[in-house]
Each structure stands twice: as structure tokens, then as C-alpha cells.
Design a protein around this ligand. Structure first.
Ligand SMILES: [Fe+2]
Length: 185
């Protein structure tokens, strides 16, 4: 993996524009967006344990635990992406994730511990996060492909698939018993 960037730089096709692209406006824009999702992932990794503590259903607790580990992996993957692009891994505040996490906090504050209303609310907050990440990784993977960074695209697509799977899992958990019980509370 580590040799990929070098290989790409040495070749002229199909990614021969890699060197030239490093100074391009779009490259800068792309790296800026990577910094944004890097910030988002790092802050999500800190917020997920709090969401796990606030949850009641064992399935939801487990899902939050699992996704905390996966989020750590997403952070490591982004660091690999920065390194492939020969860019410094740096975080730039993501206002959207900051807002989504603030909303998750608000749900915890407004609901009682041990209720399914809170669990349903936590799933709502977590799915908003997942959808934001799905949109981000989906677009960034396409950008990477367009720029000729197919290895980067493949890494971003791996994370994208994991975010999608998490979203599906959260839906299954909600529809299992939580939503039905929350309606009765
Ligand atoms: Fe993630």
C-alpha cells in the first residue's frame, strides 16, 4: 500500500496527472474536505461512548461499542489517505458534525435514562450522523476516482460501505422492539 503513491508518481498513465494535481485548486479543496471528515470522525469517536452510556437496549449498546471501534478504524484509514496523498493529517472543524453531536446531546438531556424514547432518539441522532458520513464518503470517493487516486477511492469506499452497514443495523435495531416500545411509553 505504501508504495502506491510512488508507483503512481512514476507512471504517466492513467494517473499521470497526480503530480500536477497536487498544486491544483481541486486538490486543495479535496484535502480540505478530508480534513473536515477527519475532524468529524475524531469527534464522533469521543461522542459515541457517551451515547453508549446513555442507551438501554443491549443491542443498541453493542452497536455503539462496535461503531466506536469502527470509527477508530475510519480515523486510521483517513490517516492512510493523507499519507498516500503526501499531505499532513490535520483536522479542520466540521460544523455539520459539531451540530449533529450537539443534537445528540440535546436528545440525551431531554429524555430519561432507561426509556425506549431515549433509545429511539439516540438511533435518530446516530442515523443522522451516518447519513452525513455516507454523503461525505460517497462524494469524496468519487472525487478521488476522478482525480486518478484509485487507491484512495478504494479506501474511502471501504469506509463508505461500513457507514452504510451501520445505518442498516441501526434501522434493524429500531424496528426490532425499540420503536414499538417507545410509542407505548
Ligand atoms: Fe465513520
Amino acid at each position: 500500500m505504501a508504495t502506491t503513491t510512488k508507483t503512481k508518481k512514476a507512471s504517466t498513465k492513467p494517473t499521470g496527472n497526480t503530480g500536477k494535481m497536487k498544486d491544483s485548486e481541486f486538490h486543495k479543496f479535496f484535502v480540505d474536505e478530508l480534513k473536515d471528515i477527519y475532524w468529524a470522525e475524531k469527534h464522533l469517536a469521543k461522542a459515541l461512548p457517551k451515547m453508549r452510556k446513555a442507551a438501554t437496549s443491549p443491542e443498541l449498546v453493542e452497536a455503539f461499542e462496535k461503531h466506536t471501534q469502527e470509527t477508530e478504524q475510519h480515523i486510521a484509514t483517513l490517516e492512510e489517505v493523507f499519507s498516500m496523498l503526501e499531505e499532513k493529517a490535520a483536522a479542520k472543524k466540521c460544523d455539520a458534525m459539531a451540530g449533529l453531536l450537539e443534537e445528540a446531546n440535546g436528545i440525551i438531556e431531554e429524555t430519561d435514562q432507561g426509556t425506549m424514547i431515549r433509545d429511539a432518539g439516540l438511533i435518530l441522532a446516530a442515523q443522522k450522523v451516518e447519513h452525513y458520513e455516507i454523503a461525505t464518503y460517497g462524494t469524496l470517493a468519487v472525487f478521488a476516482e476522478n482525480m486518478g487516486h484509485s487507491e484512495v477511492a478504494s479506501l474511502l469506499n471501504q469506509t463508505l460501505e461500513n457507514e452504510k452497514a451501520t445505518d442498516v443495523l441501526l434501522t434493524q435495531i429500531a424496528e426490532g422492539t425499540i420503536n414499538a416500545q417507545a410509542v407505548e411509553e
